[in-house]
Design a protein around this ligand. Structure first.
Ligand code: ZN
Length: 371
């Protein structure tokens, strides 16, 4: 409630008709009397309206705007911050240049012209357009018609209806209906301010309803998927790579040691070298694991310092070891090819599959059954 009130106040402030007189007065205070304080306060207020709290997180309506408008607003904040520096009475410009104040006034006038472009954003929360449905506060952005809103609402209601029996906790908050989402994007979740953005082109058809549910899956992941053990399990299923392992028990170690001995003997006698088995290659190339240095033992044997038996005893080592090969048994588990792109996307895909009763790998079905 408070956020919404703050937003409405902010938006009213941005409406040109209430803003321009304030700006005009602040400009006059500065231009005629050199009093920069009202203008500084005004610029701070504008910047804080667009990017509150030091500029890390934009106002919720910000993400419902198209790219060009978002960039224009960012530039407005950036330029406003630059002008704040020029307005500072300790700025060296005042000493160096007798016309410094006139120069700053020109900068302010250019900035104010672009400030008027903010009017469009100010329409976003026109109270008469905001709808309350299914626990959501729905804001159709400027340019979205009633007919489009109604059609997109059907898609949202269908998705919410599917979600409700399993995850009613995700059905709340601000939903923005906007025109700027890509042609193939029915919906989008913004984690920074926990808002859902729905394209006005979204309709009550499978692909759009699926996408909307997927987006609420991102909300579930961000806000409600708290169980650390299950999170870890989901993450590991989504990223794991498992390689084949070979257990070197006594018989296998003896076998590879005998292969090595045959090889050393062939070298000693100048006869044809036997081919080593894969196991022998693995065993003798894993000295950090086995602690066996076959080159050293070969030299000792060739120097006549080891008997056949002693060579084998050393080459086979004294304890069983499990060694990983480079053969991939299975890679990460993905619900869909899109889910394979990122574990967070995999989760949203699994959420949608679960909600819609679509089949997915057993591991994910088991995990979702515990949520
Ligand atoms: Zn997604």
């Amino acid at each position: 409630v408070v956020t919404s009130l703050v937003e409405r106040v902010a938006h009213r402030f941005l409406v040109a008709k209430s803003f321009i007189p304030e700006y005009a007065k602040a400009l006059q205070d500065y231009e005629a009397h050199g009093d920069e304080k009202p203008m500084k306060a005004l610029i701070h207020q504008v910047c804080d309206t667009i990017l509150p709290g030091g500029g890390n997180i934009p106002s919720p309506w910000f993400n419902a705007l198209g790219t060009a408008k978002r960039n224009a607003l960012k530039k407005l904040v950036y330029d406003g911050e630059s002008i704040l520096k020029l307005l500072d009475p300790t700025h060296p410009g005042y000493e160096r240049n007798p016309n410094w104040r006139s120069y700053v006034v020109m900068q302010l006038q250019a900035w104010a012209k672009r400030l008027r472009t903010l009017e469009i954003a100010s329409e976003a929360e026109d109270e008469e357009r905001v709808l309350h449905r299914d626990g959501f506060t729905i804001t159709p952005m400027p340019g979205v018609s009633k007919a489009e809103t109604d059609a997109a609402l059907e898609a949202l209601a269908e998705a919410a209806g599917k979600i409700r029996s399993r995850f009613p906790e995700v059905l709340y908050g601000m939903v923005y209906f906007s025109t700027h989402l890509g042609a193939k994007t029915a919906a989008h979740y913004v984690g920074a301010d926990d808002t859902v953005h729905l394209s006005v082109r979204a309709r009550k058809r499978f692909s759009d309803v699926y996408t909307i549910i997927h987006e609420f899956g991102h909300r579930y992941d961000a806000k409600f998927f708290k169980d650390a053990t299950l999170r870890k399990e989901f993450w590991s299923l989504s990223t794991r790579k498992e390689f084949e392992k070979v257990v070197f028990h006594a018989a296998l170690r003896k076998q590879v040691a005998e292969e090595a001995l045959a090889m050393v003997k062939a070298r000693q006698n100048g006869t044809k070298m036997p081919t080593l088995s894969n196991e022998a290659m693995l065993w003798f190339s894993s000295s950090p694991v086995t602690g066996i240095d076959i080159r050293k033992e070969t030299s000792a044997y060739l120097a006549g310092k080891l008997t056949d038996e002693a060579f084998i005893t050393q080459a086979m080592g004294h304890k069983d070891v499990e060694i990983q090969t480079d053969k991939l048994l299975h890679g990460p588990l993905a619900v869909t090819p899109y889910g394979a792109t990122k574990p967070t996307e995999n989760f949203a895909e699994a959420f949608a599959h679960h909600v819609l009763g679509m089949s997915m790998p057993r591991e994910f079905e088991d995990l979702f059954a515990k949520l």
